[in-house]
Design a protein around this ligand. Structure first.
Ligand SMILES: C[S@@+](CC[C@H](N)C(=O)[O-])C[C@H]1O[C@@H](n2cnc3c(N)ncnc32)[C@H](O)[C@@H]1O
Length: 147
């Protein structure tokens, strides 16, 4: 089973029949997996150089967009996932977090997920005990309420 399919199963209650956004999607492998279960899937990146052909062919809306300045309206998404990208967005994290909280519905879930040590070491530094290992994925869940 593909790694991102396993992750989608882990997060299934926040993916199934939901409007999902993948931020800093790169290949958009997570979006491809999520599209099998979600109501709709959107994904964004600064460019499309890594976007996989599968992501182009699936029922996924990819847009070139800066996650720190999203074009989306307030409260558009049920769930946001940032997969293996935290290291690459770390310098902009406060702005991206604030944008994610703006475009997520209430209640909604924002997940930061890492499998690479580059991401996971930094996630542990930044989030401490809020970063929890599950089945080989380090997961931080940010809610739009108290965080
Ligand atoms: C490690 S890569 C791709 C991770 C992706 N989840 C994957 O599995 O392929 C990190 C990505 O973050 C994107 N990125 C960095 N800063 C960004 C920003 N402000 N807005 C959107 N994407 C950003 C980069 O363009 C790059 O594609």
């Amino acid at each position: 089973m593909k790694k991102t399919d396993i992750l989608v199963n882990l997060l299934a209650s926040d993916i199934e029949n939901k409007k999902v956004l993948e931020v800093a999607c790169g290949t958009a492998d997570f979006s491809v997996s999520a599209a099998k279960l979600a109501k709709s899937v959107f994904c964004i990146d600064l460019d499309d150089s890594r976007l996989s052909d599968q992501a182009k062919n699936n029922n996924i809306c990819f847009q070139i967009m800066d996650a720190a300045k999203m074009f989306y309206s307030d409260k558009e998404f049920d769930t946001i996932v940032i997969y293996n990208a935290f290291f690459h967005i770390q310098t902009q994290w406060k702005m991206i977090e604030s944008e994610c909280k703006r475009v997520i519905k209430s209640p909604g879930a924002i997940y930061i997920v890492g499998t690479w040590s580059l991401d996971t070491n930094l996630m542990i530094d930044v989030f401490g005990d809020r970063a929890v290992w599950k089945d080989g994925f380090l997961i931080v869940k940010v809610t739009n309420k108290s965080d």
